[in-house]
Design a protein around this ligand. Sequence first.
Ligand code: ATP
Ligand code: MG
Length: 413
Amino acid sequence: MNLARQIEQYLPQPLLELVKNISGQAAKQGQRVYLVGGIVRDLLLGYPNFDLDLVVEGDAVKLAQQVAKTGQAKLLAHHRFGTAKLRYENFSLDLATARKETYARPGALPAVTPGTLNDDLIRRDFSINAMAISLAAKDYGNLIDPHHGKTDLEHRLIRILHPGSFSDDATRILRGVCYEQRFGFEFEAETARLLKRDIPMLDTISGDRIRHELEHIFEEKRPELVIKRLGELGVLRRINPALKGDDWIAEAFDKARRLKKPTQLPSLYFCLLVYSLSEKEIEQFLARLNIPAKLSRAMRDTLRLKTRLPLLDKPSLKPSEIYHLLQEYEPVAIQANALATESPTARRHLQLFLTKLRYVRTSLDGEELKRLGIPPGPEMGKVLQALHKAKLDGEVRTRANEKKLALSLWRKL
Ligand code: ATP
Ligand code: MG
């Protein structure tokens, strides 16, 4: 099958030019180069995807350097283990030397040696990700599909390439469910059986790698579908016995994504994922996934704040009181609680803090207080605090009012 025409239609012009340049340079160097992986899958599906992965039989770094010399693209990075990244306009493209992988033991990182395209395809996770398209002049556009990925795409099936695949690398369990849900595919029967059998092999995977796959899932359009399915299959339980992929999580994720400013979305998903866990369970989760310090703080804050929510459930709270209750927490933990709480009053207060109160600043600062004759020291600190409180509660609005208040506070002190 030849996909030359599809490539022309599918790729944006700049990327197409770059691909052709690479193909031309490869021919000059006597190297063979192929499009591989997700881009081939998505091209066949007609899904937009401009993350281009190329495999080179030979030396990807040498090829990338040569392309960079033509001045069309910029070489962003290259590595000793034969990978390089090129940038052209706002597109980037990854080149990798074809590699052969062997697993010393389940879950370990594989030993890598240079190989052929076929070696490079057989090390891949699923048949739909194990196709390539030749970019050589003589067979430009030819589909190379030794594992029948195209048939599986047509039958909407996720299939591993050999029975040891999930036990070699159990992150493929998470990856597989991700594709299953993204495309609405099914696992081929034997793959489904092996997936269930090999769930315990997740224990062989490092925390960093599991976390990385969860982050990958959280970049999906609808991560809640993936999380729910991982719950059903018993995958979440294997990562932490208290993790659930229930309707509550699904709804919370959905709400999170509909927020007007869904900043920090991956962190927010993490906080919601652990919302129903106890302190001890959260600590186990943080340790298992080797969660970095800032996110750990956000997740711990989520739980601490959850236990204090009753304090925020009073309609009569003043803004300064809300500020005082919430200032110590990570904003993403506050957001998680705003989404999770059943209490409309608490939610309103949490949101008020997030959208307004946390940004409130006095117009006067220490320097200006000095000019008013208030000397630096603990008392100035008190004046500033009182000004801030008055500003939060709307008792002062203008600079002039702040000055007046500052002086009267200072006199009283
Ligand atoms: P996505 O659209 O999710 O990015 P992708 O196919 O580009 O899909 P990546 O995670 O970017 O997926 O990985 C690129 C390619 O590397 C995949 O298509 C797959 O062939 C291969 N790959 C990635 N992770 C693994 C793994 N754990 N085991 C085997 N092959 C993998
Ligand atoms: Mg990708």
